[in-house]
Ligand binder design. Sequence first.
Ligand SMILES: Nc1ncnc2c1ncn2[C@@H]1O[C@H](COP(=O)(O)OP(=O)(O)OP(=O)(O)O)[C@@H](O)[C@H]1O
Length: 359
Amino acid sequence: MLAIDVHQLRKQFKVQKNREGLKGALKDLFKREHTEVMAVKDISFQIPQGEICGYIGENGAGKSTTIKMLTGILVPTSGKLVVNGFIPYKEREKFVQGIGVVFGQRSQLWWDIGVIESFRLLRKVYRVEEADFRRRLDELVETLQLQELLNRPVRKLSLGQRMRCELVAALLHNPSILFLDEPTIGLDIVVKTEIREFLKRLNREQGTTILLTTHDLQDIEALCSRVIMLDDGRIIYDGGLEELKSRWGKGREVQFQFTEPVALEPLSALTEGLEVRWSLDNDLTAKVWIPREMNVSEVLSRVVGKREISDIKIFETNTDEIVREIYQSGSAEAPRDLSSLTDDAAGEKEPVKAGAARP
Ligand SMILES: Nc1ncnc2c1ncn2[C@@H]1O[C@H](COP(=O)(O)OP(=O)(O)OP(=O)(O)O)[C@@H](O)[C@H]1O
């Protein structure tokens, strides 16, 4: 069974227009004018159980709107949507038992009471058996090292501590799908790494499916084998991270650590005739940028043997740059070019009841 199955999903928002001036305001009183904003434009994708998939795109691309539809908070304008075997907005009560949600910017914990009290309340909300709750809580508290925090009120926790508690809150009922919206936002690198490790382990040991929205491409690199990229409400890429890099990556950088001080000119002379770019990090360290189509060994062979080298590191193009590159090439060219990669084959269109956001 698929964890998430989406066909031709669309979300259109009706936005009220404000007319200018007093006259306009008076007219607005009687008859409001509306415009429509199409936040998600007929997207299709399938996510098998046990996958960690990154859902990325610039601000306003439609990520949150999709997640809200997938978690049953918003009703789609049209399209087909099955998550964990349920239609999220229709079968909400049964549906939420099987999913966990963490919104990095919002908390599902009660601000003024001890963390453990929030967990106990959530146990009741999700109707988890006491024994199961205890077992699960012990496990999570141990892995995320929350022992000392359990009796503190949430408002007294640091952001990193709070995020770890949010994860526990989202996982107490043992959901098979976890939706994460910017889970590492604002966290320092140590906590980010801890959270990534925890998510990897959760996926490996329990087979939890994870859909992850993030602006932090390190999250994607660390966790996701697949990336869905959204631009202006449409999917412009759906595929492997490696494939994304090889299609759009702009080359590699090799860093040399020399045993004796070096300067730019003699280094450039070594690679004369090759389209590479040298830069110095410090006296002993230099980097050379190599275009993707060139073989790294071509450059290495020119340098090794001529200079004494104590260390070599090869850096792949950073995904951040790739994404920027795709955006810059614009939604006009990129989607056409990438359409063969997206799983956007015209699925049957099955309109569902349009409606407003649920409270
Ligand atoms: N309730 C709403 N009413 C009207 N327009 C909306 C509503 N929610 C979102 N939009 C619009 O839909 C588009 C997509 O917004 P959405 O929040 O899904 O983007 P996003 O990719 O999550 O962006 P971000 O990274 O900034 O969170 C935007 O143009 C936004 O202004």
